[in-house]
Design a protein around this ligand. Structure first.
Ligand code: 16G
Length: 242
């Protein structure tokens, strides 16, 4: 991938050569969050001046491949997602951006709905719901921690299914296609559990989206998705108030 303007000359400049070498090493050997070697180490290994190394790194920071953390070093960035707040699944949203979604099911069980969950799902308290706790990743980077509640009556045997993409399972195994939703977004600091799961510092900011999802007029989901604020933004098209 080449998102930098090339110099007009046919022979790449030292700066472009070093940039290319670094890009290749980042792609093949490093993961998001890894630090790159020090300037001094790169100068020695590549046999170029410190100025050239600095310029190449600056280009990669500019291009969003690397990020500087003040007083610490320069790191490989992870995917950045701009959500447009459509009614899509996590899996589809990431795939649409060319990222590979994956899921770690942290827990999944059937339990009687408490008052809050029952109210949200519009069922009677005490009715069974399936509660699924998942870590969602994109290209291997932890993105969101999700807890969803689903009425057992609508999804018998859900616990025996592959819970990678729930919306896919709903459609293919139960013929339930989500049609609308209501969602709130708020800021929250990660608690110890969320921080551990998402690989972020305790108290780091998250964007928490709470969603009630419908299939026609039935409520099929009450879910909370906590996204890392450093990886996920919400994009809105704004129009004049009608
Ligand atoms: C999104 C939904 C979540 C839903 C999931 C289904 C938000 C804030 N949340 O993450 O409620 O459970 O998609 O995705 O968008 P899946 O089909 O990949 O499991």
């Amino acid at each position: 991938s080449d998102h930098y303007s090339r110099p007009a000359s046919v022979t790449p400049t030292k700066r472009a050569q070093v940039r290319g070498i670094l890009e290749h090493e980042i792609d093949s050997e490093l993961s998001p969050g890894d630090a790159i070697p020090s300037e001094r180490a790169l100068v020695t290994r590549l046999g170029v001046s410190r100025v050239t190394v600095r310029q190449a790194i600056a280009d990669l920071v500019e291009g969003g491949v690397l990020e500087r953390v003040h007083g610490k070093g320069t790191y490989v960035t992870g995917p950045q997602v701009d959500s447009r707040l459509h009614l899509t699944s996590f899996s589809r949203e990431m795939r649409d951006r060319g990222l590979l979604p994956a899921t770690v099911v942290l827990s999944a069980r059937e339990e009687p709905a408490d008052d809050e969950v029952a109210y949200g799902l519009r069922i009677r308290p005490g009715r069974n719901v399936v509660r699924v706790e998942r870590l969602r990743t994109a290209d291997g980077t932890p993105m969101a921690y999700e807890v969803g509640n689903y009425p057992s009556a609508l999804f018998p045997g859900l616990l025996d299914r592959e819970l990678g993409s729930l919306y896919d399972v709903f459609a293919s195994e139960y013929g339930v296609v989500v049609t609308s939703g209501e969602q709130t977004v708020r800021a929250e600091a990660a608690d110890a559990h969320q921080a551990r799961v998402l690989g972020i510092a305790k108290r780091a900011p998250m964007l928490v989206q709470e969603r009630v999802t419908y299939a026609g007029d039935r409520v099929v989901e009450l879910a909370t998705s906590a996204y890392r604020a450093d990886r996920y933004r919400i994009h809105m098209a704004i129009t004049p108030r009608g």
